[in-house]
Design a protein around this ligand. Sequence first.
Ligand code: A3P
Length: 287
Amino acid sequence: GCELGPYIEYDGILFPILPIKTPLEQHLNNIANLEIRPDDILISAYPKSGTHWVWEMVRMLISGSPEHIKDSKVGRMLEFKETKTIDDLPSPRLLNTHLNVRHLPKQIFTKGTKIVHVYRNPKDIAVSFYCHATGIKRNNGYSGTFHDFLDMFLREKVAFGNWGDYIKEWEEVFDKGETPIKAVAYEDMKKNPVKHLKEIATFLELDVTDELCAAIVDACSFSKMKPIAETLKEKAVDITWKEGSSIFRKGQVGDWKNWITVAENERFDEFIETKMKESDMKFIYTL
Ligand code: A3P
């Protein structure tokens, strides 16, 4: 359809229809009360910021091997699973989420869970988000133009809430200084992956060699990871995605220049300036 969605609006956020049986409000309540373990690790990111890439690299860091995952059931998005499934995951759990801070399991903050926060420039996010919305099979995907989609993005009518509000909520967690959190920019990860992966390892107190970090970065390069990860059931091209579409689309910094017009770029800059007035976040638009 031309409309994005269907969505359920709850607590000021547009949620996509999640692939679970529990109604949304109950599900969010279950997530809020999820039992957190001392060795849980959380990856948080607004959609299309490189969540899958960083998740797989961190999973390899933890496992100590640059071997790709073969069973897609061992984790991934917190909100896309029944909490029972999350409860049944073996330790150590590497959880992954697009949820706003206020919807996270409460124990994340009382138990000092380590969080890796991935962020990306919003222009590339908007492009990636559009390609995701058009590429999925569900409801035959979004059929509007990129320009329609961008308008919705800037009017803050896309899934998982407003990009700027999301970023600001996470920035507050950072500023409070009460939570062990490591922020990493998608663009920095692209530019200098080994350095930033090592920093993540240090943050997670994982004793890894430079060789392992380099091997992981290599195994997770866009061209090597794409064909392997696309065969996993949940990411399967034939089930979730239309022919020619995938979550592994282009994997570059600055593709927005091929999509966003000069006029739209001005509007986008104004949006960022207004929205992020009180924020210290800096975004990288080109490498
Ligand atoms: P593009 O659509 O710009 O290509 P998420 O996992 O949060 O949904 O983010 C998806 C984005 O991360 C997509 O961006 C995707 O191509 C990119 N990505 C996935 N795997 C990657 C990898 N191994 N290296 C670099 N970028 C990757």
